[in-house]
Design a protein around this ligand. Structure first.
Ligand code: NAD
Length: 308
């Protein structure tokens, strides 16, 4: 199949590109390289089109021969959205609407979109089941909820074959560190390998359902292969919950170093705890075996050693 990955030069997109090619698919990437890198696609055969999902001509050109679209392009990160909410809305909500419109012009296109566990926001119930009320606490979460809502609405209104995932703290190789908006695991691994203090925002007891990127890529590849659709958003995580202090303990064991930690103030828009209800993902994708956190962390450390 010919698969278009929007945002395919980003962290998840480039890992997915490798997985889709291994499964025999051909990949086109549409990416404006705002947070992604052309070099992430080294070793793949993907055709890169440098352009924005906000440019409908680029989108029409990139999607013309696609059988399926995996829509990952977005302006990620909660703090980035707090700094510039309009930019996040444009890329995440309007951009998704543009992708759906491009797909609707040929109603047989399978569209998979990347939503976020951040939509659960202030709802304290654990684990997070997709039937729970959504209560976004950041512009990022609001924009991802809009994107997800549009995806599901296009499925209902136009019969577009759609599948909208909610990702939970994905980590692994190719995830950039060393910038102000870095996610917590690459920020920790980068600091650990450089011998710098690990930056912990808050007391470190906040917990997450960390998901290794190969697991995400395996699920999406399976979804493409079997053209899986759903009327409901699907949590893409497997129901584990680890706090940041726990991640630091694992990193100490992996690196053999006595890591120092530097606590800063808690981050605005962050939720204290997150853990997926995994009943839907396990029943829809029974053949995928998730990679355990310890194994994923080791691969991430091994990869980061090669780029530092
Ligand atoms: N990484 C996570 O833990 C996580 C969690 C929840 C949801 N998500 C979602 O998964 C998707 C991929 O995230 P990621 O972690 O790989 O981030 P990333 O920043 O590495 O990838 C996003 C990609 O989108 C591209 N992009 C941004 N705006 C664009 C535009 N207007 N047109 C074309 N390309 C554009 C960027 O250049 C980048 O390559 C995003 O939709 C994100 O919101 C990620």
């Amino acid at each position: 199949m010919q698969v278009l990955i929007t945002g395919g030069a980003g962290f998840i997109g480039a890992n997915l590109c490798q997985s889709l090619e291994l499964a025999g698919h051909s990949v086109t990437v549409l990416d404006n390289l705002s947070t992604g890198f052309e070099s992430n696609l080294d070793g793949t055969k993907a055709e890169l089109i440098v352009g924005s999902i906000l440019d409908t001509d680029s989108l029409a050109f990139a999607s013309a021969s696609a059988d399926a679209i995996v829509h990952l392009a977005a302006r990620p990160s909660v703090p980035r959205s707090i700094a510039d909410p309009v930019a996040s809305h444009l890329a995440n909500a309007t951009g998704t609407l543009n992708v759906l419109e491009a797909a609707r012009k040929d109603g047989s296109r399978h569209v998979i979109t990347a939503g976020s566990s951040s939509v659960y926001g202030a709802n304290p119930t654990l684990p997070k089941h997709s039937d729970l009320a959504t209560r976004p606490v950041s512009p990022y979460a609001a924009s991802k909820l809009a994107a997800e809502s549009y995806t599901l609405a296009y499925g209902h209104s136009y019969g577009l074959p759609t599948l909208s995932f909610r990702f939970f703290n994905v980590f692994g190789p190719l995830q950039a560190a060393g910038h102000a908006y870095a996610a917590v695991i690459p920020a920790f691994v980068d600091a650990a390998l450089r011998g710098e203090p690990l930056p912990v925002q808050g007391d470190g007891t906040q917990s997450r359902d960390f998901t290794y990127v190969d697991t995400v890529a395996a699920v999406i590849t399976d979804a493409i292969n079997r053209r899986v659709t759903s009327d409901d958003p699907i949590n893409l995580a497997y129901g584990s919950r680890t706090d940041l202090l726990g991640v630091i303990r694992m990193l100490k064991e992996l690196t053999g170093d006595d890591l120092r930690v530097e606590h800063g103030p808690p981050r605005a828009g962050d939720v204290p705890h997150s853990q997926a209800d995994d009943s839907q993902i396990r029943s829809l994708f029974g053949d995928v075996v998730p990679v355990p956190l310890e194994i994923g962390l080791k691969s991430t450390v091994d990869w980061m050693r090669t780029v530092i």
